[in-house]
Design a protein around this ligand. Sequence first.
Ligand SMILES: [Zn+2]
Ligand SMILES: [Zn+2]
Length: 325
Amino acid sequence: MTTPLRPRHAAGHLSRRGFGRLAAIGIAAAGAAGLAPSAAAAASDGQAYYDRARLLAGDDPVLKALVFSLSPDVEFPQVPAPAPLKLFDDLVLLSVGFVHAMALLTDDGIVLFDALEAPEDADAVIVPGLRAVGADPEQIRYVVVTHGHGDHFGCAQLLADRYGARVMMSPADWDLVERTRPEHAPARDLEIADGQDLTLGGTTVRLHHTPGHTPGTVSPIFPVRWGGERHTAMMWGGTNPPGTVAELRTYIGSIAPFRAEMRAAGVDVELSNHPNDYGLQRAEQLRTRPEDGNPFVLGRQRADRYMRVMDLMLRGRLADAEAAG
Ligand SMILES: [Zn+2]
Ligand SMILES: [Zn+2]
């Protein structure tokens, strides 16, 4: 599988020579053909990218958490499930700890992003969690499954059967689910087109294809309210880097177009469906010290920097994967 990739693999090194410290290596290699192989080996090292990502993250706990999460051989600590919490006036965190669902409350029902890992999570987490914040689980109209891994659609079919919710996934990940046939997979329902708007009540969610973590990962951008303020949130649909060079390239290829969509929409809020972004700590901060402001509102620049850090870390992972051959 790696053999047919080799020519593109080599070209990839050339195209990435514009990046920071690697630029000097690239110029040196171009100027001294005899040194090219060792220069190429140095350029394969992901460490230069990881260093740049760390520098960009600085002391920002959200960005530092992302660097940690995207580093090679990372082991995530076990985390307890948080109590349900309104991250915004119209967005509820419903989590088992290592994976979250989020419910967007609109004037005409609920859009649920992801559905945790098991059918039992409906009655253990989703339904009581919504009731705890004064929302009605019978109002769940759509379950937007960010991607076709089992920890994101666990109770989707149950919510469809019980409340008539429609389950949405990208065509590529409906295919993935059908190929892998996981237990509790929902029956194929609505397909998400790239850039599709899902409007419910007065709220419009835009659904972007951001393949990489899976072939059909979807990342939504949507409005949220906090006090009298309006904000625009994004949720990156799948963070953990995939294993192969081709998949890593696909992942990196999704970042720049999504950053452009974020800028166009004025995204100033970052959310994740796993606790890889200091999200659980921020949730507790919000729960205990709401007077300090909403820590999920990063502002536009920090939200963009989040994606730049992600881009650098993924380029490092790609360089490592290429070096490993
Ligand atoms: Zn996944
Ligand atoms: Zn997951």
